[in-house]
Design a protein around this ligand. Structure first.
Ligand SMILES: Cc1cc2nc3c(=O)[nH]c(=O)nc-3n(C[C@H](O)[C@H](O)[C@H](O)COP(=O)(O)OP(=O)(O)OC[C@H]3O[C@@H](n4cnc5c(N)ncnc54)[C@H](O)[C@@H]3O)c2cc1C
Length: 556
């Protein structure tokens, strides 16, 4: 049995290793165009930022052994051909044509695995070929950035794109004391991952860390002097000085070989595979960043290039090219990243994506602590849940905070995959002791907020809507129910329409609140505003809403 794998990255090598474990006899060859098979791209920002010292650290086993060509040969009896490129697949003759150092050869296969990954998108801008224009995708890109830094010429950088890689790169460059500006075309950072209010939390944190973010802005030109980057032009007018321009505007599936040999390409532009990860040719399997997946929520194809998905694909392909029948159900897009001190995570659909798909949604914004307030080291987190208004089924979640969000996003990811509703989530039997969570975890609170909204107990207005009302000059009452101390200490809205009555004094001062006006209740994180609304409902107030998420979501 001859198994040939194209691509020695996350998916390809996982497929090869799994195949070897199941079939000690198979002849397994992995062909890798680059110099560093098995190098985890996900670690590149940490290498640039000096968190990881050596490039080889990114391809070491837990025991510290570098997974190089010899490692795969000695330990796994897998032939890895590095710096060797596949230039053609001949499906009739079942051979791949390879080229190494200018000389060509052919390798026959019984099963072929396509794991060619993705390619970073390079914008076709004037002077895009100038020295100092990079992506952060291959190890060579990281080396290029560090070379510039070593030469002492890297002082200012512009990152085009405020997505996951752009923001990880911003932190890495900032660690090197580089002045960073992120230019994002859409109206907030992480547009594919977060809704606007959650992204604004990230933007505030970036600003605190000295990163300048220009949203709703387009880089229209790279300015070069003597062939080297000198800056960029934004929106055709403003110039920003820079010695480095890092394009982080996404990736495209690497499908050239697949297209050329006539394999079916899906509607997302990536290779189409069935649940066995088999392409339109039954001898050819494909996985990782070069294929499309099924979105488990929508049932539609989706392109989701993530390492965690690539290795799962690899394992399944390893099974199936050695006689197995493993299947891959699909993805929901669970993603996490660190932006300086902030943990940022999402799963499923954003509110915007859900609405675009036609869902009628209930959302809940819930700020809270990550563990009991009296425990030292407790940190804030902000949770947004998105659920289907008709069925209560969870559709997505976003979490941003200095505190622990990874376990909470994984709970929601699991819940979504199991088809859970907000009612199920509210009653999940989660672990509690003061050092780990609050007795009702902030995530459970979020589910309860969503339930209260569904049941009409909690009417809310977003901070964006409130800002618009204020700007329009609407005659409303902003009822701030925070304590005097909180009012002094935290952000406040300076406006004559603000009426201050701390929650404890609300009942005794209820006659000071006009019944004929719309009342918007403000508190620090939203929970006491709910309390106040219920009190006011008891006194017959009809037109009362809370600003959802409280002042934690006031950005002005
Ligand atoms: C900076 C950065 C940070 C990331 N962070 C995360 C993260 O935190 N979490 C996460 O889940 N994912 C992350 N990712 C995504 C993750 O790295 C990819 O999803 C994953 O590497 C995909 O694995 P793959 O095997 O499909 O492709 P790759 O790992 O890219 O491997 C494909 C390989 O195929 C080779 N190849 C291509 N064409 C040929 C050819 N014709 N002949 C021979 N070889 C060929 C390429 O050289 C490449 O080595 C990150 C990516 C980047 C760039």
């Amino acid at each position: 049995m001859k198994i040939v794998v194209i691509g020695g990255g996350a998916c390809g090598l996982k497929a090869a290793c799994r195949a070897r474990r199941r079939d000690p006899e198979a002849e397994i060859t992995v062909i890798e165009a680059g110099r560093y098979p098995s190098l985890g791209r996900c670690g590149l920002p940490y290498y640039v930022g000096g968190i990881v010292n050596e490039l080889d650290d990114l391809r070491k086993t837990l025991a510290g052994v570098v997974r190089d060509v010899q490692y795969f040969k000695r330990l796994k009896n897998i032939e890895v051909l590095a710096e060797t490129k596949v230039k053609e697949i001949d499906r009739q003759r079942k051979v791949v044509k390879i080229v190494k150092d200018g000389s060509e050869d052919e390798i026959p296969y019984d099963y072929l695995v396509l794991a060619m990954g993705a390619k970073p998108i390079r914008l076709d801008l004037p002077n895009a070929d100038a020295e100092g224009v990079v992506t952060l995708f291959d190890p060579e890109d990281a080396e290029k950035i560090l070379d510039l830094w070593d030469e002492g010429v890297l002082e200012k950088a512009v990152i085009i794109g405020g997505g996951l890689i752009g923001l990880e790169a911003a932190e890495a460059l900032s660690n090197l004391d580089v002045e960073v500006t992120v230019v994002e075309l859409l109206d907030h950072v992480l547009p594919a991952l977060l809704d606007r209010e959650m992204a604004m939390l990230v933007q505030s944190h970036l600003a605190e860390k000295g990163i300048k973010v220009l949203t709703g802005s387009r880089v229209t030109e790279i300015i070069a002097k003597d062939g080297k980057v000198a800056g960029v032009k934004v929106n055709g007018i403003n110039e920003i000085e820079a010695n480095l321009v890092l394009m982080a505007v996404g990736v495209r599936p690497n499908v050239d070989l697949a297209k050329a040999c006539g394999l079916e390409i899906g509607e997302t532009g990536a290779i189409k595979v069935n649940e066995y990860l088999q392409t339109s040719d039954e001898s050819i399997y494909a996985g990782g960043d070069c294929v499309e997946n099924i979105n488990l929520i929508t049932g539609k194809p989706i392109y989701m290039p993530l390492g965690t998905i690539a290795v799962k694909h690899g394992r399944i392909i390893g099974d199936n090219v050695t006689g197995g029948r493993s299947t891959f159900p699909g993805v929901i897009g669970t993603t996490i990243l660190k932006v300086f001190d902030l943990n940022v995570a999402r799963t499923g659909l954003t509110e915007k994506q859900a609405k675009e798909l036609g869902y009628d949604v209930i959302t809940a914004l819930c700020p809270g602590p990550d563990r009991t307030h009296f425990m030292p080291g407790q940190k804030p987190i902000r949770i947004k849940l998105i659920a289907d208004a008709k069925t209560g089924k969870l559709l997505g979640a976003q979490m941003v905070g200095l505190g622990v969000v990874d376990k909470r996003i994984d709970i929601v990811a699991t819940a979504i995959q199991m088809g859970a509703t907000i009612d199920d989530l509210a009653n999940f039997d989660l672990a509690y002791a003061p050092p780990y969570s609050t007795v009702t975890d902030t995530l459970i609170h979020a589910a309860n907020v969503a339930r209260n909204k569904r049941d009409g107990l909690y009417k809310t207005i977003s901070s964006f809507e409130l800002k618009e009302k204020l700007d329009r000059g609407e005659d409303i009452v902003l009822l701030d129910i925070r304590s005097d101390e909180e009012y002094r200490k935290f952000k406040r809205i300076e406006d004559p329409r603000v009426l201050r009555i701390p929650l404890e004094k609300l009942r005794e001062n209820v006659d000071k609140i006009p019944k004929d006006k719309e009342i918007i209740v403000l508190c620090q994180i939203g929970s006491r505003a709910y309390e106040a609304m219920r009190i006011l409902a008891g006194y017959g107030f009809k037109n009362v809403k809370a600003m959802e998420g409280g002042m934690a979501f006031w950005f002005w």
